[in-house]
Design a protein around this ligand. Structure first.
Ligand SMILES: [Fe+2]
Length: 160
């Protein structure tokens, strides 16, 4: 068996993730690994993907707690999977992340795209607010997210 045969394949979301989901099945344990700065990044990522795969409000909120992590890479991954989950429980936290001008630009970019993917109208005003942001990663992500929200709320039949 080659190494290529052993790496994880496509996730249930259609993405190829950088780490396989953890085998742990309870939110509390997964959350504690996620927020533990002493855990290896690989294990923290595995918790991210397990929580995402649970598809519950509780799991989405546990992922939101991971935004306290020191690692911008991990925070970026969390924002990305919250977009995949499309769970409205994460909207308020994602709005906070996008609004935080001290946050890393790539984390804010993923937060904006996640807000578009979730499709909750509560995000419209903040996305509009940053539409002219001087950082193109922010302004362009907000533009894409607003267009997605508009498309999803239009009466037209969506032909993806
Ligand atoms: Fe991205």
């Amino acid at each position: 068996m080659s190494v290529a045969d052993r790496v994880p394949g496509v996730s249930e979301y259609g993405s190829v993730d950088p780490a396989p989901p953890s085998k742990l099945a309870d939110v509390t344990s997964l959350r504690s690994i996620l927020v533990d700065e002493n855990q290896k990044m690989f294990q923290r990522m595995r918790s991210v993907f397990s929580l995402r795969n649970m598809r519950t409000d509780e799991a989405a909120l546990a992922l939101c707690d991971g935004f306290s992590s020191k690692s911008a890479l991990l925070r970026h991954e969390i924002a990305y999977v919250l977009g995949q989950m499309q769970n409205p429980s994460a909207v308020e936290k994602l709005i906070q992340v996008l609004r935080d001008e001290d946050e890393h630009v790539m984390v804010r970019h993923e937060a904006a795209e996640a807000l578009g993917a979730i499709g909750d109208r509560r995000a419209v005003s903040i996305l509009s607010e940053f539409l002219d942001d001087e950082q193109p990663e922010i302004s362009e992500s907000c533009e894409v997210a607003l267009d997605l929200l508009a498309l999803c709320s239009s009466d037209e039949n969506i032909d993806w």
